[in-house]
Design a protein around this ligand. Sequence first.
Ligand SMILES: NC(=O)c1ccc[n+]([C@@H]2O[C@H](COP(=O)([O-])OP(=O)(O)OC[C@H]3O[C@@H](n4cnc5c(N)ncnc54)[C@H](O)[C@@H]3O)[C@@H](O)[C@H]2O)c1
Ligand SMILES: [Zn+2]
Length: 376
Amino acid sequence: MSHRSRIIDMVLDGQSSRVVVGPLAALELSRFIPQPPPAYIVDEAVARLQPAWLEQLQAGCDPDRSGTLVLPGGEGVKRIEQLAAIYSWLAGRGVPRDGTLVGIGGGALLDVAGFAAATWQRGIGWVSVPTTLLAMIDAAIGGKTAINVGGLKNQVGAFHPAAGVMVDCGFLLTLPRSGWRDGLAELVKTAVIGDPALFAELESARDGLRALFGATSGAEYEPVPGVLGAMPWRDWVGRAAAVKAEVVGRDFHEQGPRRALNLGHTLGHALEAFTAGTPGALSHGQAVAVGMAVVFRVATERGLCPLTLAVRVIELLDVCGLPTRCPAPPAAELERLLHADKKRRGGRVRWVLPRGLRQLDLEGAVDVPDILRWLD
Ligand SMILES: NC(=O)c1ccc[n+]([C@@H]2O[C@H](COP(=O)([O-])OP(=O)(O)OC[C@H]3O[C@@H](n4cnc5c(N)ncnc54)[C@H](O)[C@@H]3O)[C@@H](O)[C@H]2O)c1
Ligand SMILES: [Zn+2]
């Protein structure tokens, strides 16, 4: 495999945004950071589990780490209280209008740090270093930033593309199996919507994927031994990142084509919300996997999509240790949750229905009874 970095350039809202995927891509960080030295916001898991990386990364710009704020990662960081803490810290450091904020962490940390960058002094420089698979191929790319408010996800946010997204798969060494599976759900989705050759490669790797991530592969909350060398992650991450970049580059403000990224998400969001806080809680990736499996079944039933493709997608999700069915919420509750989905426009929920690899119907209509048939 080549050790050259893969570079993906986007122009989002007239601003250039570059994704660099490569070994030590992070070392190229300084190129994106003009003077003055940046302020760093770092995911606590990364600070704890990857101290050497962090040191290397910051060596050029912040040797004594004085400009580093460590915050706990995960969804809880996307709260207004944490945002307020970030603002106080930026104020204490006197971060100026021409300053740069660098976020290093999972998608949640990047969402809140990016929002802080978007709003501090009406917007300062922003560079992100995603450290989970999901963040590398999805959350870090495309300029959306947000926090959760009043129990509603991503309710307050801004578009603020990162000047640089520095992707280094070395960070994935410490990712627990559950985190890998969440990212794999988005990787499968991305291959389906934009890269049939990647989909075929994932399928060819099914035995290896099953051994690493399948239902009986090992503990959910432990890192996955041997994972980095087992699969061509850098290549796959680069290709998935390129698909996301291409889609958002065509439709930054989500008027049309960007909705392809919602494949599996309309039902997925509803199931994630319905199960939250219960013993059977579905993570985002798990809920999206069920959502994808269901829309493939619905599309097949309508003759929109070949049965063979639906079977292949469902098998690939299963191989990755992801669920493809789950207990059905009561019909009225499901109806309510689907209509709460903010992707709803013009009075109806627009579903993304698959017709084939890279072929989608973005205006699909699906009724609750259609869905319930495919849940337990
Ligand atoms: N802005 C967007 O376009 C966009 C797109 C998709 C998702 N998102 C957001 O991304 C978030 C999900 O991101 P996520 O899946 O990265 O989860 P996450 O950010 O919640 O991180 C999951 C856990 O992994 C830890 N972690 C991070 N890096 C690690 C590493 N290298 N090793 C071990 N542990 C590590 C974190 O501390 C956290 O506890 C959601 O809030 C979602 O809304 C945003
Ligand atoms: Zn998602």
